[in-house]
Design a protein around this ligand. Structure first.
Ligand code: SAH
Length: 196
C-alpha cells in the first residue's frame, strides 16, 4: 500500500490537547500493551537500574511498571492533563518544577524521584536536558508524529540513546487509503531508512 495519502496529514498540538480534554483517548491501554510484556526481556537484556525513555508518553501504565522494577523512567508529553492523570491514577505523589532550558515547559516528578515526566513538545528536548537512555519504549509515538516530522523525530531519538540501548518500537499495519490516522502507517522499509 502507498503511504502517499498520509504524507501531508497534520495533527496539531491543540488537537492532541483536545483529545485529552474530551476523553477521546482510545489509544490508552489501562492494562498496558501486550507486546510490552512479551518483549520486556529484550528491553532489559538482564540489566538492572536502567534509564528508560517514553516518547509521547500519554499516561502509559508501563512507566509505573518499570519504575516498580527499580528502573528510572523519563517521559515527554504535551498534555499536562495526561501527566497529572498518570500520577493521580497510580496514587503517586509528585512535584512540579519549571524547566529552565525550555520556556513554558514543566517537569512533573514522582516524590520518590524515579519517574520524571516533561510537559512540552518532544522537539524541545535534547540529550543535554534529559541525558541518554538505556532503553526506549516507542508505542503510539513514531506512529503518532506527523509524517513530515518523522525524520526529525528519529534523528532526535538516536541522539538520546546510549551505545548499548534497546529500542522497542510498536507499529500498526493497515491500508493507509482506508484510514487517515493517527496512528499512521509506517512501513518497515521506511523504518529502516529512518533509523539507518
Ligand atoms: N504512548 C502513549 C500515548 C500515545 S498517543 C501510549 O502508549 O498510550 C500520542 C501522545 O503523544 C498523545 O498523548 C499526545 O498528546 C502526545 N503528543 C503528540 N505530539 C507530541 C509532541 N510533539 N511532543 C510530546 N507529546 C506529543
Amino acid at each position: 500500500a502507498s503511504t502517499e495519502s498520509q504524507k501531508d496529514r497534520l495533527v496539531t498540538e491543540e488537537e492532541w490537547l483536545r483529545k485529552w480534554e474530551t476523553g477521546n483517548i482510545g489509544f490508552h491501554k489501562e492494562q498496558g500493551h501486550p507486546l510490552f510484556q512479551q518483549y520486556l526481556d529484550v528491553l532489559l537484556n538482564g540489566r538492572s537500574g536502567l534509564r528508560v525513555f517514553f516518547p509521547l508518553c500519554g499516561k502509559a501504565v508501563e512507566m509505573k511498571w518499570l519504575a516498580d522494577m527499580g528502573h528510572s523512567v523519563v517521559g515527554v508529553e504535551v498534555s499536562e492533563q495526561a501527566l497529572k492523570e498518570f500520577f493521580v491514577e497510580h496514587n503517586l505523589p509528585y512535584c512540579e518544577e519549571p524547566v529552565p532550558e525550555i520556556s513554558g515547559a514543566k517537569m512533573l516528578q514522582s516524590i520518590s524521584g524515579n519517574i520524571t515526566l516533561y510537559c512540552c513538545s518532544i522537539y524541545d528536548l535534547s540529550s543535554s536536558i534529559v541525558g541518554k537512555f538505556d532503553g526506549v519504549w516507542d508505542r503510539g509515538a513514531l506512529v503518532a508524529v506527523n509524517p513530515c516530522d518523522r525524520q526529525r523525530y528519529v534523528s532526535l531519538m538516536i541522539t538520546l540513546m546510549e551505545k548499548n540501548s534497546s529500542y522497542l518500537l510498536v507499529t500498526v499495519s493497515y491500508d493507509p487509503n482506508k484510514h487517515k490516522g493517527p496512528p499512521f502507517y509506517v512501513p518497515e522499509s521506511e523504518i529502516k531508512s529512518l533509523f539507518g
